[in-house]
Design a protein around this ligand. Structure first.
Ligand SMILES: [Zn+2]
Length: 59
């Protein structure tokens, strides 16, 4: 677990975790976001990572 960082009122905290529903896993975030249901928890974990640290759109 990461230590709590200095909180800024303007910066929304993105704390993701994975949850399971039936045989599916999905990512959830404290900001209200939730990822699509995945069959593998690894995929849900990936969704969470990408949500927390979106990669620069390199088009
Ligand atoms: Zn979020």
């Amino acid at each position: 677990m990461l230590p709590p960082q200095a909180r800024s009122a303007e910066t929304p905290t993105h704390r993701t975790h994975t949850a399971e529903r039936g045989s599916f896993a999905y990512a959830r975030c404290t900001c209200g976001w939730s990822g699509p249901a995945r069959r593998a928890r690894d995929r849900a974990r990936q969704d969470a990572d990408e949500h927390q640290a979106p990669q620069p759109a390199a088009r």
